[in-house]
Design a protein around this ligand. Structure first.
Ligand code: RP5
Length: 161
């Protein structure tokens, strides 16, 4: 099956975090591809990927990077596909650097930025599913089940009080 979601990251050191997004897409049987592309170290590769993304059949791009995290923004500047940015946690500034670099995009070039780290990677995949669910009933149903399970998980905690 042709990938409809791309998970892109700036370095292989981001893999353990971005794997959380991959797991959710896998569980939901979404065809996806994973790429390591860096806005700073391999800018030409990033440009080639972003410019051809829509033509290649992709529908949503998830991009994770850390530090001066320009990957999601650069991709968003070169495609009309929705781009979800995942800020990586960093040793130096705990990911605040990645968060601000990813979220503070100029007018006209949105990046849907999620939480720092693993939670962000998970939420990025769920947001991608939500975007795909606009035209895919099957994904819509899976998301409904997921929301019900979330609610169920809270109920016993509330009861315990
Ligand atoms: C960013 O720099 C990457 O996304 C990664 O989060 C960070 C550190 O990369 P490495 O030095 O581990 O390759 O571009």
């Amino acid at each position: 099956m042709k990938p409809i979601v791309a998970i892109v990251m700036g370095s292989d050191s981001d893999l353990p975090i971005m794997d959380e997004a991959a797991k959710i897409l896998e569980d939901n049987k979404i065809a996806f591809e994973v790429k390591i592309l860096s806005a700073h170290r391999s800018p030409e590769g990033v440009a080639k990927f972003a410019k051809t993304a829509r033509r290649s059949g992709l529908k949503v791009i998830i991009a994770g990077a850390g530090g001066a995290a320009h990957l999601a923004g650069v991709i968003a500047s070169l495609t009309t596909l929705p781009v979800i940015g995942v800020p990586m946690e960093t040793n130096e500034l705990k990911g605040i650097d990645s968060l601000f670099s990813t979220v503070q995009m100029p007018s006209g070039v949105p990046v849907a930025t999620v939480t720092i780290g693993k939670t962000g990677a998970k939420n990025a995949a769920i947001l991608a599913l939500e975007i795909l669910s606009i035209w895919d009933k099957n994904i819509e149903k899976k998301l409904e089940t997921f929301k019900k399970a979330l609610a169920e998980s809270v109920r016993p905690k509330n009861k315990k009080l």
